[in-house]
Design a protein around this ligand. Structure first.
Ligand code: BGC
Length: 377
């Protein structure tokens, strides 16, 4: 068993992107204050690979993640803000941990064992990403650690019974580990004292071309999925599991995101682009490749591996140039994409979908890996 070494947080100078070589290690500094006076921290995990990740314990948000291009130049590949104050009104959920339930629950309501629960309705009549104050907007306990030359952060949160309408006290633990071989491993665990749906995910928006890029449409995407779950105009799954063959949803072979995104297709109209759950081919098996993205200009490649049965590919359709992010970058329409590993949206109301309900005594446990490389390798 590897030994966890807790490190004392120490002050860190903020640095701009692309990073000069950052000394490997874990550091922390104050990020800002919440309205109730509590302090949010910013942790920096610097890998000997050259990758640097910054995470705040407010929402477990990944504020920065650098990756090398094919010439070895590291740049920040996630969207976000420079200050905590901006994250406090983070409507697009940049970089955050999402819970208790990633994506939508129709009508903000579901039943377990004959009892109906009413959730916060924060997306029209529907419940989205855990509600008005989901896990993306709470302050997590945070403990940095190191394992040899790999660095991580353990985030824990006690979600009280009734929070946002959900039953049961839920203890949640999310671990970020930045490995020496350029992988970010995200491990999720949870236990409850009453049956409740749980569907945790990570909501980073990526642009592998780096912070100056205005579009993700040239990125080539492969999804290891032969089916997807079509949605209605409110982005609620209809219940159908539809083959992707002969549709703009077929990413079984790497295809530029922009190649078909504006086609006259009912599902693209409903999603305003891609905003759908793909049913992974190796659904529910051990950790397997779910997605691979290559940005042809820089040669950056990201693979997503998961134990989850689904992945939400969201093409940043709600970004519209109204948000100014890190370094004064304006986030234009479709300038970031999310690949959210998950159980399917609205599963608590869809008995044919894999169940998301956990019961007392059961351990919710799942892992997703974001692996970075280049096309020169
Ligand atoms: C959802 C989108 C939503 C976005 C930001 C994605 O996971 O599928 O519909 O707009 O998150 O909230």
């Amino acid at each position: 068993m590897r030994r966890l070494l807790l490190l004392l947080p120490f002050l860190l100078m903020s640095c701009s992107s692309p990073d000069p070589a950052v000394e490997p290690g874990v550091r922390s500094r104050t990020f800002g204050q919440l309205s109730d006076g509590r302090e949010a921290k910013l942790f920096q995990l610097a890998s000997p690979s050259g990758m640097v990740m910054e995470v705040t314990n407010y929402g477990g948000i990944i504020t920065k993640l650098t990756a090398p291009d094919r010439d070895g130049t590291f740049e920040d590949v996630v969207l976000g803000f420079d200050t905590l104050e901006e994250y406090l009104v983070n409507e697009p959920y940049f970089g955050a941990i999402i819970g208790r339930y990633g994506n939508r629950i129709a009508g903000g309501s579901f039943s377990i064992d004959g009892e109906t629960y009413t959730l916060a309705q924060n997306n029209g009549e529907n419940h989205l990403h855990g509600g008005i104050k989901g896990f993306d907007k709470v302050l997590w306990e945070a403990e940095p650690f190191s394992m040899g030359n790999e660095y991580g952060l353990v985030l824990t949160y006690e979600s009280p019974d009734g929070e946002e309408g959900y039953p049961g006290n839920l203890s949640v633990k999310v671990t970020y580990l930045l490995t020496a071989d350029m992988r970010l491993i995200v491990s999720y665990q949870a236990q409850t004292d009453k049956a409740t749906p749980v569907n945790l995910t990570q909501h980073s928006y990526f642009n592998l071309a780096g912070p100056d890029s205005d579009s993700i449409l040239d990125h080539e995407l492969m999804l290891a999925a032969d089916h997807f779950t079509p949605v209605d105009a409110g982005l609620i799954p209809t219940g159908e599991i539809r083959p992707v063959a002969d549709t703009p949803f077929d990413f079984t072979v790497a295809t530029p995101i922009g190649a078909r995104i504006d086609q006259d297709d009912e599902q693209l109209v409903n999603g305003l682009g891609y905003d759908h759950n793909w049913v992974l081919r190796d659904m529910g098996s051990s950790i397997t490749l779910a997605a691979r993205v290559r940005e042809p200009g820089s040669g950056r490649v990201m693979e997503v591996l998961t134990e989850e049965p689904g992945i939400q590919f969201y093409s940043g359709n709600f970004l519209d140039g109204s948000i100014t992010g890190k370094g004064g970058n304006v986030y234009e329409y479709r300038s970031g994409f999310a690949l959210e590993t998950q159980h399917f949206p609205d599963s608590p109301n869809q008995s044919a979908f894999p169940s998301t309900v956990i019961v007392p005594g059961e351990q919710y446990q799942t892992r997703t890996i974001f692996a970075f490389m280049t096309d020169a390798e």
